[in-house]
Write a protein of this length. Structure first.
Length: 154
């Protein structure tokens, strides 16, 4: 049986097979889910205020990107060798009281450490590897800006 969303008219999707709770997959729809057994409909609280086109980015929105960038840096450093990983993470901690997960917000930390501690060949390999790992996420402005800054653009 296909159940249709009463608000946006898209097909509803069952939470878990057999649960008989169906949710709307449209993130812009105010309809959340339907309890098929009781017929109870659940909706998101609708705000009557005008919503900005570009709402401010919250820390919650940025957290997954920080983790993604941090893991890309960690992975690259570890692939280049534990000594390089140890040196960069120690310098981040000592010089800036930061970790690789802080580099999205502060790409200058990583850039400065690479410039002062490694030759241009090591820097270019590291930056290329990070860029390759994050390439498919470069459509996010924050990740694109990070890549530009560690590449020396901007």
């Amino acid at each position: 049986m296909i159940t249709i969303c009463p608000d946006c008219k898209r097909p509803l999707i069952e939470f878990d097979a057999g649960s008989e709770n169906y949710h709307c997959s449209n993130p812009n729809c105010s309809f959340q889910y339907l309890e098929l057994m009781t017929g109870k409909q659940h909706r998101k609280a609708v705000q009557t205020e005008e919503i900005e086109n570009n709402p401010p980015v919250s820390n919650l929105d940025k957290k997954p990107k920080r983790i993604l960038v941090g893991l890309a840096i960690e992975s690259t450093l570890l692939n280049m060798g534990h000594s390089i990983f140890d040196k960069v993470t120690a310098k981040l901690k000592y010089d800036y009281d930061a970790t690789v997960f802080d580099c999205l917000d502060n790409p200058q930390y990583l850039k400065k450490i690479l410039e002062t501690n490694f030759d241009s060949d090591v820097r270019s390999v590291l930056i290329k590897s990070v860029k390759t790992l994050l390439g498919e996420f470069a459509y996010y402005d924050s990740i694109s800006e990070f890549l530009d800054k560690i590449n020396g653009r901007n």
